[in-house]
Design a protein around this ligand. Structure first.
Ligand SMILES: [Zn+2]
Length: 114
């Protein structure tokens, strides 16, 4: 499962941060997950709860901020955002030369430590 390796790398980043800064534990980790990143939030939460056992993040909550997919089409000068997890063409003019602006995020944006 894809999400297990993502949970492990989140944990690894958080652990290294705490080691370096001298923190003893993690209360929460906030991550931004773009809807086009291919990561299922539910599965990631589940995976994180499994991999955090017996680590510095044992009591940590994973807070997921889902970022919608949005883009800009230079053909019709249109900023758009969609509900879907992917964009194949500009929703207004149908052109395929659009630029995806958000939706691929997979970042830690905050961490509560003690
Ligand atoms: Zn367009």
């Amino acid at each position: 499962m894809h999400e297990v390796s993502i949970a492990l790398s989140l944990l690894d980043i958080a652990k290294r941060y705490c080691d370096r800064e001298g923190y003893k534990g993690i209360e929460s980790i906030g991550v931004k997950i773009g809807k086009a990143s291919g990561v299922m939030s539910e599965a990631l939460l589940f995976a994180f709860d499994a991999v955090k056992i017996d680590t510095i993040a044992e009591k940590a909550h994973l807070i997921i901020d889902e970022i919608p997919v949005s883009g800009f089409c230079s053909t019709c000068n249109n900023n758009f955002s969609v509900e879907e997890t992917y964009v194949l063409c500009c929703p207004r003019c149908g052109d395929i030369s659009f630029r995806l602006e958000t939706g691929r995020e997979l970042d830690i944006y905050e961490m509560e430590v003690f």
